[in-house]
Ligand binder design. Structure first.
Ligand SMILES: [Zn+2]
Length: 138
């Protein structure tokens, strides 16, 4: 029969080893194990708190990207993309009055001009999705 503490300890001892196959070759203090003449660099242990995040499998950004680079083809083959996808959008261009500064003879002068603001919104959603507006000079 398990008591609450034993259950908690089991839960907290859930862990993964970092999935980068070269994690144990990276020279950091946090990977050093053993004593005396029997020291090794060991793959980092990652505590799992029940969240299904990518950081449950990789100890840091460097290890994640080493893994992605090493297995890029296999990863792409998990879900092949043979044609592009498309998102229906509406592109609206609106004219706005704006200002720029022109420098001459050591003085700056505010000069008005008409800029074009481009707004991309998705049409497959109920709410308009504002994509980063771009400004073009006319
Ligand atoms: Zn690692």
């Amino acid at each position: 029969m398990q008591n609450a503490l034993e259950k908690w300890e089991r839960k907290m001892s859930n862990y993964n080893w970092c999935h980068n196959p070269d994690c144990h070759t990276i020279e950091t203090q946090s990977r050093v194990r053993g004593s005396g003449d029997n020291k090794v660099l060991r793959t980092r242990k990652i505590k799992s708190y029940g969240t299904d995040s990518i950081w449950t499998y990789f100890c840091n950004n460097n290890c994640l990207h080493q893994f992605l680079n090493k297995f890029a083809r296999e990863i792409a083959n998990i879900r092949p993309v043979n044609k592009p996808s498309e998102t229906p959008i509406k592109v609206e261009k609106t004219k706005e009055e704006s200002y720029r500064y022109r420098y001459s003879n050591g003085e700056s002068r505010r000069v008005p001009y008409i800029s074009t603001r481009t707004t991309i919104s998705r049409v497959d959603n109920d709410w308009p999705f504002l994509y980063s507006p771009r400004y073009e000079n006319n």
